[in-house]
Ligand binder design. Structure first.
Ligand code: 13P
Ligand code: SF4
Length: 346
C-alpha cells in the first residue's frame, strides 16, 4: 500500500472501522486513491446521494446530500465534469442546470420506479383533462416530464412548493404516497383520476390535489405492522419514515422527512435508538457518523437502482468518460424553468 492509500485507509478506518471489516477498508482505500487521481485529471467533482454505500460516501464524494441539496450543489460547481453517484433523474437534473458541463453516471441502469411511472404524454393528457391547473412534478421524474411541468419539488420542500402556487387545485405527480402525505400536511382533499373517474370539471369543486399512481418500489414495502413489531422488540425506538412511505406508515412513525431531514433529526434528537424507514445504506452512513447512537439496522431494503453505483464503476466512469447524460434542447431549457423555480422557493 503506498502512502496515499495508507492515508485514505486511515481516513476510512476512523469513520467506518466499526461497520466495515479491515480487508474491505483496504481494498476501498486503494480504489478511492485511484478515483481521486482521475478526478484531478478530469477536473471532476463527485456528487453522492445519501443512499451511496458507506465507503464511497465517506471517501471520494465532494458533496453528499438529498435531492434538493445535490441540485443546489450541481448548480454552483465550476468543475468541467460532474460524476453523479445517484440515479439517472438526479444526473439529468445536474445536466439541466449545467448544460456546458459533462455529466457522467457510473451505471446506465440506475433508474427509479417513480421516474419510470410517468411520461411527458401523460402530463399533456392530464393538462387536457384538467385545463388551467398547475402541474408540480417530483424531482424523481425524467427531463421530458419536468419540461411539461410548471414547477418541481423534492421531498424536502413538497408542501412549501404546493402552497407557493396559491392555486385552488394542483396536479401533483407521480408519487401517490408523497402526494397523499402532502395533502394531509396542507389540509387538501386529493383524488387519483386513474381510480376515480372525473367526467365533469365541476366535480373538482371539492378537490385541491390531483395525484398519479406512481410508487417508490423501496418505500412502499414498509407497513404499519413493521413499525408495531419494531416497537414491541425495541420499546424505546424512535421511528423515522421517508415521505415516500404510505401515509399510514408516516402517521405511525415519530418523524417524517427527506433523507437530509432524517440525518439532521438523528444528529439533533438524542434517543436510545432509531429505526430509519428508508433505503438501508443510509442507516449505515448515519451509524458511521454517530458512533454514540444505536441504529436498528435494515439489510435487505436496498434500492436496486442506487445499488448499481459502485466505486469500481465510478473509477471506470472517470477513466472512460462514460456514461454521459445528455438532455436535448429545448427539453432542457423548459425543464430548467421548473427546476429553477423550485430552487427559488427553497
Ligand atoms: P431525498 O430527496 O429525500 O434524498 O429522496 C430521494 C429518493 O429517491 C428517495 O427515495
Ligand atoms: Fe427511486 Fe425509490 Fe430508489 Fe429513491 S429509493 S431512487 S424513489 S426507487
Amino acid at each position: 500500500m503506498n502512502a496515499a492509500a495508507q492515508a485514505m485507509y486511515e481516513q476510512l478506518r476512523t469513520k467506518l472501522g466499526r461497520v466495515l471489516p479491515d480487508f474491505e477498508l483496504r481494498r476501498k482505500a486503494e480504489l478511492a486513491v485511484e478515483i481521486e487521481e482521475w478526478k484531478r485529471r478530469r477536473n471532476a467533482v463527485i456528487l453522492a446521494h445519501n443512499y451511496m454505500e458507506p465507503a464511497l460516501f465517506y471517501s471520494v464524494s465532494d458533496f453528499r446530500g438529498d435531492s434538493l441539496d445535490l441540485s443546489r450543489k450541481a448548480a454552483t460547481t465550476d468543475r468541467d465534469v460532474i460524476v453523479f453517484c445517484g440515479v439517472r433523474f438526479m444526473a439529468e437534473t445536474a445536466k439541466i442546470l449545467n448544460p456546458s458541463k459533462t455529466v457522467l453516471i457510473p451505471s446506465p441502469r440506475a433508474g427509479c420506479s417513480l421516474a419510470e411511472s410517468i411520461t411527458a404524454e401523460d402530463i399533456r393528457q392530464l393538462r387536457t383533462r384538467f385545463p388551467g391547473i398547475p402541474v408540480v412534478s417530483y424531482i424523481n421524474t425524467y427531463a421530458e416530464v419536468k419540461a411539461e411541468s410548471d414547477l418541481c419539488c423534492t421531498s424536502s420542500n413538497a408542501a412549501a412548493v404546493v402552497e407557493s402556487l396559491h392555486a385552488p387545485t394542483v396536479i401533483f405527480v407521480p408519487d401517490r404516497y408523497l402526494a397523499m402525505n402532502v395533502a394531509r400536511e396542507t389540509g387538501r382533499h386529493i383524488i387519483f383520476p386513474s381510480r376515480t373517474p372525473v367526467q365533469d370539471p365541476e366535480n373538482l369543486l371539492d378537490v385541491q390535489m390531483i395525484g398519479w399512481d406512481g410508487r417508490c418500489e423501496v418505500h412502499e414495502r414498509f407497513t404499519v405492522e413493521d413499525i408495531q413489531n419494531a416497537r414491541r422488540q425495541f420499546p424505546d425506538v424512535v421511528v423515522l419514515a421517508h415521505p415516500e412511505c404510505k401515509p399510514e406508515v408516516v402517521a405511525a412513525a415519530d418523524f417524517s422527512g427527506s433523507t437530509n431531514a432524517m440525518i439532521r433529526y438523528v444528529a439533533e434528537h438524542p434517543a436510545p435508538r432509531y429505526l430509519l424507514l428508508t433505503e438501508c445504506a443510509m442507516g449505515d452512513n448515519v451509524a458511521a457518523a454517530h458512533p454514540d447512537r444505536e441504529l436498528v439496522r435494515l439489510c435487505s431494503i436496498r434500492c436496486p437502482h442506487m445499488n448499481e453505483i459502485t466505486m469500481e464503476d465510478t473509477l471506470e466512469a472517470l477513466r472512460q468518460m462514460r456514461y454521459e447524460v445528455d438532455v436535448p434542447e429545448p427539453i432542457r431549457s423548459r425543464a430548467r424553468r421548473a427546476v429553477e423555480r423550485m430552487l427559488t422557493i427553497g
